[in-house]
Design a protein around this ligand. Sequence first.
Ligand SMILES: [Zn+2]
Ligand SMILES: [Zn+2]
Length: 159
Amino acid sequence: MSGQFDSIVDGLIFTGRLVAPFVSECTRCLKPIDEDWPVDVTVFFPYESGQDKANGKGGKSKKDDEIDIIAGEDESEDTYPLLENGAFADIEAMIRDTLVESLPLQPLCRPDCRGLCSQCGADLNEDPDHHHDVTDIRFAGLAGLKAQLEAEQNGEQAK
Ligand SMILES: [Zn+2]
Ligand SMILES: [Zn+2]
């Protein structure tokens, strides 16, 4: 994690980059994914205790409005209350939330992953020309029946 804190009137602004190990599997081809996942973060730590914030929820205070405006400038910007009256920034929560938000819900080994054959599970990345004559799964049963009939016919012909 690298970055810097900038002190402003209302709190601290952290801008930087997190690099997290990202271990998952491709949702298309199920290949394991193990890579570093860099995330640019801009987080605002307002000088305001959690108690003050809770009290201000009934009637929206002017302070909350200001924070909302700041947060609204950039969608990737989050606010976290400073703990212990500003002595500590809740970096752990920031990192956790940032990663949860930024990690893909459906990770892919690569953006154009072709995935697996829906019929036999073959990896279409390794075998791009892979296909089956029966393209519609609904006809797979009929095709099986047809193959069976053909096999029986062939069997009779062989007699
Ligand atoms: Zn994949
Ligand atoms: Zn296949």
